[in-house]
Design a protein around this ligand. Structure first.
Ligand code: AKG
Ligand code: FE2
Length: 370
């Protein structure tokens, strides 16, 4: 038994090394430290109209410290108008027992699943049944991002990363609530970015170019209960997030786990009133490896509610398609190029992207054309 456990951990480490390298030009990554629980960071100062510079500087240092060690933290005292229950009502409205029917969901499916649908990047993806995955999702982008006026050579013939959102016509409130939540999370991520800029010794506005036509994605996720005939242990495979940072609402089910430097998976259960924040690959690069994009996964838990399963709502903070993201060590990544490369590894897009041979060249053309 002990031997089996060891083998599993070894595999995880090999997989980490294999998966990180292809995405970015240089990989000064370190693993997170040997933490045994995620730190908790209060954001109360962000809601205080009388907050002093010292308090903001203290928060900046605290975020710097947690992103340099665990790469993950719980944020509490959030400047959001949405309660935890409000957020999960959106999931229940879409996926729950009185949510959308299968045919209503398929009307919103990306055209990799339903050829006659026009949406290529935003919208619904049906349950992914890979060995280590069992999830369906609904994704929206910013309601204010301008659609590209011409088809970008970067997104090519198959994907339009700036396309408008799709929503079920039968649930008008779902649209307005999702869009409001998207914009509140975008504002929160923007404030965190100003604090991170200061932590790097830069002016607070240093990352402002990320905000132009930002491609940030709000994803409502549903993990249906694992059917008893399946013996799978994971419902979301180990991965790092690709973008700048992620703000994750998770329900009370549990199952999220984060990898530490010893190769142990540390449980990150729901902490009341919190969202989980973590650093993505791009931010690890931007910081020259000072901050860590930590591997995480979701384990199937036995006590999932049989009617609903597990819900989570990650918000991926992302720059614009043509944004040139610069690292402190001089590396440059065109965001659209980076995201297409990452999409090649996402289970829902693998088939559609397999014949785009050289994303790097296409990405350079896009940068020059811009
Ligand atoms: O569902 C979760 O708790 C995590 C989801 C996640 O890591 C992701 O979608 O990138
Ligand atoms: Fe993730």
């Amino acid at each position: 038994m002990a031997h089996k456990h060891k083998v599993r951990k070894k595999n995880v480490k090999q997989e980490s090394a294999k998966r990180v390298v292809p995405y970015l030009p240089s990989t000064p990554y370190k693993m997170s430290t040997s933490f045994s629980a995620l730190p908790i960071v209060s954001l109360s100062v962000l809601s205080s109209p009388t907050a002093k510079d010292e308090a903001l500087l203290a928060l900046s240092s605290r975020l710097d410290e947690v992103f340099a060690t665990t790469g993950f933290a719980y944020l509490t005292d959030l400047p959001l108008t949405f309660s935890h229950d409000d957020v999960f009502e959106l999931c229940a409205n879409f996926f729950g027992p009185s949510g959308l029917s299968e045919s209503e969901k398929m009307k919103l499916a990306k055209n990799t699943f339903v050829a006659e649908n026009k949406n290529t990047y935003r919208g619904y993806f049906p349950p992914q049944l890979g060995a280590d995955n069992l999830k369906e999702g609904f994704e929206i982008g910013s309601p204010t991002t301008r659609a590209a006026t011409t088809l970008s050579p970067l997104t090519g013939r198959k994907f339009n990363l700036t396309e408008p959102n799709v929503f079920p016509v039968t649930r008008p409130l779902l649209r307005s609530h999702c869009e409001t939540l998207h914009s509140e999370l975008q504002s929160l991520a923007t404030r965190i970015l100003t604090l991170l800029a200061v932590a790097l010794g830069k002016p607070p506005s240093f990352f402002d170019n990320y905000l132009t036509d930002s491609l940030s994605t709000l994803r409502l996720l549903h993990y249906p209960p694992v059917p008893t005939i399946r013996t799978q242990k994971l419902i979301c495979t180990p991965h790092t997030d690709s973008g700048i940072l992620t703000l994750l609402h998770q329900d009370k089910t549990g199952g999220l786990e984060v990898l530490n430097s010893k190769g142990d998976w540390i449980a990150a259960p729901y902490v009341p009133g919190s969202v989980v924040v973590n650093i993505g690959d791009l931010m690890a690069m931007v910081s020259g490896g000072r901050w860590v994009a930590t591997y995480h996964r979701v384990r199937a838990v036995k006590h999932q509610d049989p009617a609903t399963g597990r819900y989570s709502v990650p918000f991926f903070f992302e720059p614009g398609l043509h944004c040139v993201v610069k690292g402190v060590e001089g590396e440059e990544v065109v965001y659209g190029e980076h995201v297409l490369k990452k999409m090649k590894g996402w289970v829902e897009f693998q088939e559609a992207l397999k014949d785009i041979p050289d994303i790097k060249t296409i990405g350079r053309q896009a940068m020059e054309a811009h």
